[in-house]
Ligand binder design. Structure first.
Ligand SMILES: Cc1ncc(COP(=O)(O)OP(=O)(O)O)c(N)n1
Ligand code: 3NM
Ligand code: MG
Length: 211
């Protein structure tokens, strides 16, 4: 039997900040961000549940698309917009349960093999990383660079795509020129001297995503 597809997301998810606190979620939704991820690493479900509930409530109030990284059971339990998972997570997460609950799914990829594996699961979007060197996360692979990113975007056609990894404001125009539908950033916002100005500039360049 064919694998059923996950629910669709807009083809262009726009600016996509990836943040680790409810405070950042609140600030960025207030600043006009409409696609966002809560990425809290390596905690027990019990220790993150309250934050996940609070983040989901904020996203609903702002009519925003909130993806929960890693904690797929809590995302289902509290009806988040979506879940973001990595390749290793795919081995342990119950993808059928995520799909049956109506949640969208984003999957990380870093090369052709991971892309094929991700596409077989028919996720809502494919994330492609890391485009440039990043200090935010230790990466086992080399950065894929703009040429490889552009080739992947071409292969994926109309599939919703997200670029991530080392994307600073000055690199955004070149990233967008590949045709990618969304730009995910951590440090370009959270380490900016003026996060409001950085977010406004990024929203101007990337947009908040399609409705
Ligand atoms: C939009 C987006 N793309 C990639 C990632 C990385 O996810 P993952 O491979 O699960 O690694 P961790 O973020 O869990 O360290 C992401 N979070 N978001
Ligand atoms: C969380 C994450 N995942 C990546 C991937 O390639 O899968 S790169 C990354 C960190 C992105 O942070 P920054 O915007 O500060 O470089
Ligand atoms: Mg993960």
């Amino acid at each position: 039997m064919n694998t059923p597809a996950f629910p669709a997301v807009p083809q262009r998810l726009g600016l996509y900040p990836v943040v680790d606190t409810v405070g950042w979620i609140e600030r960025l939704l207030g600043a006009g961000v409409r696609t966002i991820q809560l990425r809290i690493k390596d905690k027990h479900d019990d220790d993150v549940e309250a934050d996940i509930v609070a983040a989901i409530k904020l996203s609903q109030r702002h009519e925003a698309r909130l993806f929960i990284n890693d904690y797929w059971r809590l995302a289902i339990k509290h009806r988040a917009y979506g879940v973001h998972l990595g390749q290793e997570d795919m081995d342990v997460a119950n993808l059928d349960a995520i799909r049956d609950a109506g949640l969208r799914l984003g999957l990380s990829t870093h090369d052709n093999m991971e892309m094929d594996r991700a596409l077989a699961a028919r996720p809502s979007y494919i994330a492609l990383g890391h485009v440039f060197p990043t200090n935010t996360k230790q990466m086992p692979s080399a950065p894929q660079g703009l040429t490889q990113l552009a080739a992947h975007i071409k292969t994926l056609g109309d599939y919703p795509t997200v670029a991530i990894g080392g994307i600073s404001i000055d690199r955004v125009p070149a990233v967008l020129a590949t045709g990618v539908g969304s730009v995910a950033v951590v440090s370009a916002i959270t380490h900016a001297a003026d996060w409001r100005a950085a977010t406004a500039q990024l929203l101007e360049l990337v947009g908040a995503g399609d409705e």
